[in-house]
Design a protein around this ligand. Structure first.
Ligand code: 0X9
Ligand code: ZN
Ligand code: ZN
Length: 417
């Protein structure tokens, strides 16, 4: 073992890293009002980390509720569930064991970038520099601002160089820190775009006619925090006045029905909407970029996990979007393309009716700005591993998602003029 690695291990051991030994993830299936009340009581009496939906405010009848429960309370919760008669299952027996097992490809070198692992932020940043300097004809990069903790947010532009500005697609990953498969997909997308340009007719035509802006890690501070301190962190890392809690939900912070539904004004909630729209600097930086380039941005794609959904506006209201039927047919075509590879089933639909009503999301904001083709992907899986999708699923997940993304980009391209 080399000295650096040893020092690294010692540093990690000394740092305040959250461990999850004996903690469980339960799936609850409330079908009666009493079940919902019970879940709400539970959430107010012990510390419960909501995985799906993301906060207690979003719990309703007839949806699956995935919750992560600290070790000290698992017996109590189990007994309570047995007595309640509510259907339930244990999804994850020991969260730390599942986190450790997430690194199930032991043969890959831990200290460099790879498309088939969950890269650290340092590795992603090094990759951004090297991929752009080694592909000067197709890639350029630009810093769109700094994060709360002062890290530069680097946006990649992928496309054949042109003297005039081209119609574009905006793709972001990693809005939520713990959804690690998402940044893995943006990196995969860039690799595929560069390696198939010139051979794949669809990709070649796309990059000749359009540019794709890729933001590989939106919530960089949060992403770094999930690698170093708390694997289950979701929000940004900003401080808000009058509270000791950190961060706001960067997908509740956009100016689209802001904080009216499915969001919390409590800074300690995982769905805290922030002190005002765009209070989070990362959101403001991206919103500023999209506003400035709105005449050329024809599609907005944002990658999350998990649940296997392809969502489109609206989520802040149950009202159907003006282009509902067109968006629905594009989403269904994309889901079909995705499924053709490994049989993975996706559900398509407007956010409010398909997952839950939740205001302040980036998809609704982009759509209301005029970006008609606005989609949120929720990648694998449906809850077996949730946010802890094993490394062995990165390749199949990215491969199939590529097909859906290419379906959408082709559709957009065909309808440009
Ligand atoms: O709740 C979210 O922000 C997304 N789900 S996640 O589990 N990745 O957090 C869904 C976003 C759907 N769109 C909007 N709510 N606008
Ligand atoms: Zn998310
Ligand atoms: Zn495959």
């Amino acid at each position: 073992m080399n000295v650096l690695l040893l020092l690294g291990l010692v540093a990690v051991a000394l740092a305040d890293v959250t461990r999850f030994y004996g903690e469980k993830v339960f799936r609850l299936k409330p079908v009666l009002d009493e079940h919902v009340i019970l879940i709400k009581e539970l959430a107010s009496s012990i510390e419960v980390d909501f995985w799906r939906p993301e906060s207690v405010e979003l719990v309703t009848i007839d949806i699956n509720v995935d919750i992560h429960v600290p070790a000290a309370h698992t017996d109590m919760v189990f007994t309570m569930l047995q007595q309640s008669g509510m259907e339930h299952e244990v999804m994850i027996e020991d969260l730390q064991a599942t986190i450790d097992a997430q690194m199930d490809n032991k043969d890959i070198s831990p200290r460099s970038h790879s498309y088939t692992k969950y890269n650290t932020l340092d590795d992603v940043e090094a990759w951004i520099s090297s991929i752009s300097s080694s592909n000067p004809d197709l890639v350029s990069k630009q810093v769109i601002g700094n994060s709360y903790e002062g890290r530069p947010m680097t946006l990649l532009k992928i496309g054949k160089k042109s003297s005039s500005s081209k119609p574009s697609i905006f793709l972001d990953c990693g809005i939520h820190a713990r959804e690690w498969i998402s940044p893995a997909f943006c990196q995969w997308f860039v690799k595929e775009a560069l390696s198939t340009y010139g051979s794949d007719t669809q990709m070649t035509s796309l990059l000749n006619q359009m540019d794709v802006f890729v933001l590989p890690v939106f919530n960089i501070d949060g992403y770094d925090y999930t690698h170093k301190r708390d694997r289950m962190w979701r929000k940004t890392r900003s401080r808000s006045s009058g509270s000791s809690c950190y961060g706001a939900d960067p997908n509740r912070n956009w100016n689209a029905g802001w904080c009216t539904t499915g969001a919390s004004s409590n800074p300690c909630s995982d769905t805290f909407c922030g002190s005002k729209p765009e209070s989070e600097i990362e959101v403001k930086n991206v919103a500023d970029f999209i506003r400035k380039n709105k005449s050329i941005i024809k599609a907005y794609l944002t990658i999350h996990s998990y649940s296997q959904l392809l969502l489109f506006p609206y989520s802040y209201t149950f009202q159907l979007a003006e282009h509902h039927s067109e968006l629905m047919s594009v989403a269904e075509g994309a889901s079909e393309a995705l499924r053709s590879l490994h049989g993975t089933r996706y559900t398509s639909g407007p956010g409010a009716a398909t997952i839950y009503p939740a205001a302040g999301g980036s998809d609704d904001w982009a759509y209301d700005l005029g970006v008609k083709y606005s989609f949120t992907f929720e990648l694998r899986d449906t809850g077996r591993y949730g946010f802890l999708l094993p490394v062995s699923q990165i390749t199949p997940t990215c491969e199939e998602t590529m097909l859906a993304v290419k379906y959408i980009t082709s559709y957009v391209q065909k309808n440009l003029y």
